[in-house]
Write a protein that binds this ligand. Structure first.
Ligand code: TYM
Length: 332
């Protein structure tokens, strides 16, 4: 049986990158698989979070997922810190993963930057917690954006080393699912930088909370080059902004990059951008409206998370017990 697990950090607004790289695929997968979707508040605190803002953001991200179409009755939707097994398995994985493996993680290098000595120990072992998130449920498939690929490879290595060290075939090997035409959405201000929650400029990203006017303004202001749109994707590597905007259009219109190019071959950016605004507003505005409606009733969001956590615990507990027995923890 295939079980899907994925997670998102509650560290600010969900943006178009989260949506096209991950959330929209989560919504599609819920039709055919048993899915767990987790708001990873324990990952969030690997960098400083104001407690009140963390609570608010956990609710907001949950509302965003439901508004985007995740059915909380069908899927297990919960926040990580409510299921203590994540922390317990992460500790065991801290003892399985090797320092050399963690030293290769590009995300740690990017996030810690020049302040490496001052980064939290949690930020360093972040990928071990991620492996625990997935393997606590023996999930097999993980839908993510391109930027999480390296972390998932590490999770595979952890599963393999655990199985090898203890001579068991216990953990499955995880398969990443990196789907769609926009697996790495770039900043609207700089096509060589990833669209991210932490970019200082709000014009760099489209947030799921942006209204139609804000979406239109950000797309119209998005950086471009001085050419017209190409007939084919050949040569787009040298035109990162055109590449990014066409990829976003393709993803929103459910078309390949090739088809998006064919549709706009020879057009100016201003003509293309108006079509992109139309698509983006049509897709995102209903989500934004629904999110607002859901956030007006925080108690019902909390109840979704509470019942999701209960269901998650029911799957996790027997698996964690087996892991503890394999490791040799005496639990008389
Ligand atoms: P996070 O919160 O940064 O992002 C959530 C999801 O959105 C995708 N994503 C993007 N996709 C395309 N273009 C972008 N610019 C972009 N920015 C973000 C991410 O790839 C991700 O799928 N470490 C994870 C959260 C996590 C997790 C897990 C994921 C914790 N445990 C277990 C999978 C399985 C993260 O920080 O995602």
């Amino acid at each position: 049986m295939n079980r899907i697990f994925s997670g998102v950090q509650p560290t600010g607004n969900l943006h178009l990158g989260n949506y096209l790289g991950a959330i929209r695929n989560w919504v599609r997968l819920q039709r055919d698989y048993e899915c767990l979707y987790c708001v990873v508040d324990m990952h969030a605190i690997t960098v400083w979070q104001d407690p009140a803002a963390l609570r608010a953001s956990t609710r907001e991200v949950t509302a965003g997922l439901v508004a985007a179409g995740l059915d909380p009755a069908k899927n297990i939707l919960f926040n990580q810190s409510q299921v203590s097994g994540h922390a317990e398995l992460a500790w065991i994985f801290n003892c399985v993963a090797r320092l050399g493996w963690l030293n290769r993680m590009t995300q740690f290098k990017e996030k810690a930057g020049k302040q490496r000595e001052n980064a939290s120990a949690g930020l360093y072992v972040y990928p071990n917690l991620m492996a625990a998130d997935i393997l606590l449920y023996k999930a097999t498939h993980v839908p993510v954006g391109e930027d999480q690929k390296q972390h998932l490879e590490l999770a595979r290595d952890i599963a393999q080393k655990f199985n090898g060290d203890f001579g068991v075939e216990f953990f499955p090997l995880i398969e990443p699912l990196i789907l769609g035409a926009a697996t790495r959405v770039m900043s609207l201000r700089d096509g060589t930088k990833k669209m991210s929650k932490s970019d200082a400029s709000d014009y760099s990203r489209i947030n799921l909370t942006d209204d139609a006017d804000a979406i239109a303004l950000k797309i119209r202001k998005a950086k471009t080059d001085s050419g017209v749109l190409p007939e084919t994707p050949a040569g787009l590597e040298a035109r990162p902004e055109a590449d990014n905007l066409l990829g976003i259009y393709g993803a929103l219109a459910d078309k390949s990059l090739e088809d998006a190019c064919r549709e706009f071959a020879g057009a100016s950016f201003s003509v293309f951008k108006e079509k992109l605004v139309e698509r983006a507003v049509a897709e995102l505005q209903p989500i934004q409206t629904e999110m607002k409606r859901l956030l007006a009733d925080p108690a019902s969001i909390d109840s979704i998370l509470r019942s999701g956590a209960e269901r998650a615990r029911a799957i996790a507990e027997p698996i964690l017990k087996e892991v503890q027995a394999i490791v040799g923890f005496l639990r008389p």
